[in-house]
Design a protein around this ligand. Structure first.
Ligand code: ZN
Length: 165
């Protein structure tokens, strides 16, 4: 396994539509293993293949129980409710936006052997499914946020809100 470099906003790979995975071979397994290692090393909760320059429909998400879910050719098949919260991205380091997402999301995908399965996530995991799948079509969360803030700016805003209460 190897750590891969995470591309940042402005890199053309992040604006491309990714192609489906057709071969469930050792090369895919290496990619998934590298993505999991890279995600764990970066301390994030989700990583999409285009973020490391691979234009294939592959995503890794860490769920609330800290399991890494491998999603190959994922599609959202059901969603319900809504949530609002701060969202960030390993490809947009140090910046966060307030983004509305569905609260429960079900994804249908293939595993590393090509077998289809469905997985449902809530709250942060649901947010992560939406965020990572958008990467596969060349979109970033910043498109959903009116403005981006640094953690310091967010702390200052929240402190100000609290002082008003
Ligand atoms: Zn992202």
């Amino acid at each position: 396994m190897a750590l891969r470099k995470i591309l940042t906003q402005g890199d053309p790979a992040l604006a491309k539509t990714c192609r489906p995975v057709e071969k469930f071979d050792r090369k895919l397994h290496w990619l998934l293993d590298d993505m999991k290692e890279t995600l764990a090393n970066a301390g994030g909760v989700g990583l999409a293949a285009p973020q490391i320059g691979i234009l294939r429909r592959v995503v890794v998400v860490e769920d609330a129980e800290e399991n890494m879910i491998e999603l190959v050719n994922p599609v959202i098949v059901d969603q319900s409710g809504e949530q609002e919260g701060w969202e960030g991205c390993l490809s947009v380091p140090g910046k966060y936006g307030w983004v509305e997402r569905p609260n429960v999301v079900t994804v249908r995908a293939q595993d590393r052997e090509g077998k289809f399965f469905e997985v449902t996530g809530e709250e942060l995991t649901a947010r992560c499914f939406c965020h990572e799948l958008e990467h596969l079509d060349g979109h970033l969360f910043v498109e959903h946020a009116d403005e981006l803030y640094t953690p310091e700016e967010i702390d200052a805003m929240e402190a100000e809100e609290e002082s008003k209460e």
